[in-house]
Design a protein around this ligand. Structure first.
Ligand code: ADP
Length: 595
């Protein structure tokens, strides 16, 4: 009983939530769903009643009356068909509008959540389920279902009136068939839900294999490593798993559908038998016979429809609750205090900070304490998996310390408004992306920048050492970085792309620069050149440099060495060389490679 009440409550809450959402996203859609239902309900009665009236007029030899009924009937049907076509056209458009706006909301939500939340497997799954609901249009169908149930009940009431003299035993049959139908429908719905949850990861993999890997970016690997066989095999394997699932659930669905169809056929027999019996006994005229049989079939169909809609309601409510759960998720960035600019005398401090990724047993970073002043140039080094990226992620507020605190000028960064805190940083990630837009757009992310913004972007290109290259391009800074959208588009080399990413970072007027392997794609000569430029443009700013090439770290006044999640060394190049520990060892090894 408790479960039943909870499920009714969930249905009610989900639907009222979505009515509000629909009203907010596309109010017109509501009218476009309600109006056609009004017409189709009226039509249902016209279709049942008119043939009876026509037949009776003919039997009574009142031909003129019969002709006027036929003409009225034809006119109504024509009008109804036009209205239906019109509504179908507009309501389809509005369904798309609603789905598109909802998808936009879902994507927007992902950007407000903390990175750590999004990386959490459960949250990601919730997002996928919510997105799937949006795509399947199952959400926009909820309103139609609600209206269909209300009008369906009105229709049933009307048929009951027409069938008020129906014998009770026929009604008994009807109830039994509806019960079978509802049970089968519940089974089918449960089945579909289960299948959808199981096939989501498979669909994800198939989508990846079928579409993402078609991206020319993967082309070289696919050809050079001759991955055709490997990928086809993988595809066949996932598809086979998918078919097994499909067959398993398909079989059980076919059984359920077969059962209801059989019960439906028996019910038809019962209907005809009872109407013929009453006609033979003289209780029905020819017209009344037609109306009764029609009404019986429509009534039984109506009951089945309403019943399956009601059953589907529960399933849809469950789906809607995925969307609701995701949209209602609140970001763990809850701070409200404005973060002031990072200026001389200010500090960022890690106080016994430890971090464990969600679902992971080990600490990625353990008990790290340090203080960073404004204007410091800091190199972060350490073997792979030592915790360097995690350290940066924590400082950027992407992750929240499992224990300990990060203080910005004495205040816990968790209390700061995240948008204002985020602005302090300009990050050049290791896996930066170059977008298929123009060079200028790749730096400014604006369609129509002002003159001042363009000039600043050009200066950044100059500082990153890319200006000369850009000036030689067909459309200079407005050249597209792909030929997909512009035949004059170009592709940058690895080194040029990295310089563009550097220009993008430099263009942000931030106090703290974080450069993750900024010179990996550059030759030693360009590397030296870039470091010189960095030194110029980042004067007075704080810089974190993550680099495997320790030549870069020499240029930094302070070096942090991480190992197995711990900060094991902290000092200048000279001091750490003298200590003769991990850094000195790593430096000596690399020096061997370069001499
Ligand atoms: P580094 O940047 O020094 O290579 P990371 O900070 O990326 O090291 O990783 C530190 C540890 O945390 C590693 O053991 C790594 O496997 C683990 N780790 C990194 N990212 C995740 C993640 N998203 N989920 C679980 N573990 C992670």
């Amino acid at each position: 009983m408790k479960k039943f009440v909870a499920s009714i409550r969930n249905i009610f809450e989900s639907y009222s939530y979505f009515m509000k959402l629909q009203w907010r996203l596309d109010p017109m859609g509501i009218f476009l769903v309600i109006l056609p239902r009004i017409f189709s309900t009226l039509n249902a009665f016209v279709v049942v009643i008119f043939p009876g009236l026509i037949l009776d007029s003919l039997v009574e030899d009142r031909r003129e009356r019969a002709v006027s009924f036929i003409v009225a009937f034809a006119l109504w049907e024509f009008l109804n068909a036009c209205i239906e076509a019109l509504f179908t056209k507009y309501s389809n458009v509005h369904q798309e509008i609603f789905s598109a706006r909802l998808n936009h909301m879902l994507v927007e939500k992902t950007t407000t959540l903390r990175q750590e939340q999004l990386e959490h497997p459960k949250v990601f799954e919730q997002y996928e389920l919510a997105r799937k609901c949006g795509e399947e249009n199952s959400i926009s169908g909820y309103l139609g279902d609600t209206v269909s149930i209300v009008f369906g009940l009105a229709e049933l009431w009307g048929y009951l009136y027409l069938l008020r003299e129906m014998p009770l035993w026929v009604l008994g049959f009807l109830v039994a068939v509806v019960a079978i139908h509802v049970a089968a429908e519940r089974r089918i719905d449960k089945n579909t839900m289960e299948e959808s949850e199981l096939d989501t990861p498979m669909e994800r993999m198939l989508g990846y294999l079928n579409y993402q890997l078609m991206d020319p970016e993967y082309g070289k690997e696919i050809r050079m490593f001759d991955l055709k066989g490997f990928l086809t095999e993988k595809q066949a394997h996932v598809r086979e798993e998918y078919y097994v699932l499909f067959r398993k659930y398909g079989k059980s669905r076919v059984r359920a559908v077969g059962l209801t169809n059989m019960a439906g056929s028996i019910l038809s027999l019962v209907f005809y038998a009872s109407a013929i019996l009453r006609f033979a006994m003289g209780a029905l005229t020819v017209g009344a016979f037609t109306v009764t049989v029609n009404a019986m079939f429509r009534f039984s169909e109506g009951v089945r429809n309403v019943a399956s809609l009601a059953v589907g309601y529960q399933m849809k409510a469950e789906r809607l609750s995925h969307v609701r759960t995701f949209l209602d998720m609140t970001s763990t960035h809850t701070g409200t205090e404005e973060a002031e600019g990072f200026e001389r005398g200010m500090t960022i401090e890690f106080v016994h900070v430890s971090y464990r990724y969600p679902g992971s047993e080990n600490y990625a970073l353990e008990d790290v304490s340090l203080r960073i002043g404004c204007g410091e140039k800091i190199s972060i080094v350490g073997p792979n998996g030592a915790g360097k990226s995690t350290f940066i992620g924590l400082m950027l507020g992407l992750y929240r310390p499992t224990s300990g605190k990060i203080l910005y000028n004495g205040r816990d960064i968790e209390d700061l408004d995240y948008d204002s805190y985020k602005k302090l940083f300009a990050v050049l990630p290791q896996d930066y992306q170059i977008f298929g837009f123009s060079i200028l757009e790749n730096i400014l992310f604006r369609e129509e920048p002002s003159e001042a913004e363009t000039a600043a972007a050009m200066e950044s290109l100059d500082k990153a050492g890319l200006k000369e290259v850009v000036e030689k391009l067909p459309r200079q800074e407005r050249t597209y970085l792909t030929q997909q959208f512009d035949p004059e588009g170009v592709a940058l080399s690895g080194g040029e792309a990295q310089k563009l990413a550097i220009a993008r970072t430099l263009n942000r007027d931030s106090a703290i620069f974080i450069l993750d392997e900024p010179t990996a794609a550059l030759s030693p000569r360009s590397e030296h050149d870039i470091y010189q430029r960095f030194a110029q443009v980042t004067e007075g700013k704080t810089v974190f440099l993550i680099s495997h090439r320790l030549s870069g770290s020499r240029l930094c006044g302070r070096i942090l060495v991480f190992q197995a999640g711990r900060l094991v060394e902290d000092g200048s190049h000279e001091a750490l060389m003298q200590d003769g520990l991990l850094y000195a060892e790593m430096y000596a090894k690399q020096a061997e490679w370069y001499t």
